[in-house]
Design a protein. Structure first.
Length: 170
């Protein structure tokens, strides 16, 4: 009697585990499908933030992923995310703030190839204060986007990420 009870219990646990894995796979793929910028030559850029409310002057990081769904290898420069990316805050009135944390010294170029079907993740430091162009971020509601370039045998292209709604407070 005990072996049957044990077998039945293990079967129930296995089925519950499979249901959880299936549910997670579905929710992850749904999130990825709606969290990408427009495709350019089969390549897309996605950004995420761990928070969407920041104080004026605070620093954080935007996590980015580039996915190459094309049939060609592409090349990106990973030497300095603070130079290779433009992370922009856009107000409701269209005012732009480039919040990519400035880098004091330009490092040597480090080109990395991303083959078809591969992804590349990077972290981009951002500061919600004085920008590298001299204007200061004001409290309010914004849309955050990132841009970066890549090269392929067809030329050089600019990717634009998905949008993230953020709030900047005093």
């Amino acid at each position: 009697m005990k072996p049957r009870y044990l077998l039945f219990s293990l079967s129930i646990i296995a089925l519950l585990g499979l249901a959880v894995v299936s549910a997670r796979a579905g929710s992850d793929s749904d999130q990825q499908a709606t969290n990408w910028g427009n495709s350019v030559q089969g390549v897309q850029l996605s950004i995420t933030m761990t928070n969407n409310v920041f104080q004026v002057g605070s620093s954080s990081a935007a996590d980015s992923v580039i996915t190459n769904s094309s049939t060609n290898a592409i090349t990106v420069d990973i030497s300095a995310p603070t130079i290779d990316f433009d992370v922009l805050l856009i107000s409701d009135t269209g005012k732009l703030y480039d919040i990519t944390t400035p880098l004091k010294i330009r490092e040597l170029s480090i080109p990395v190839m991303i083959n078809p079907g591969e992804e590349k993740s990077e972290s981009i430091p951002v500061t919600f204060g004085a920008t590298r162009f001299g204007n200061a971020v004001e409290p309010g509601d914004y849309t955050l986007k990132a841009k970066r370039t890549f090269s392929s045998s067809d030329g050089k292209f600019t990717l634009e990420s998905n949008s993230i709604k953020v709030t900047i407070t005093k």
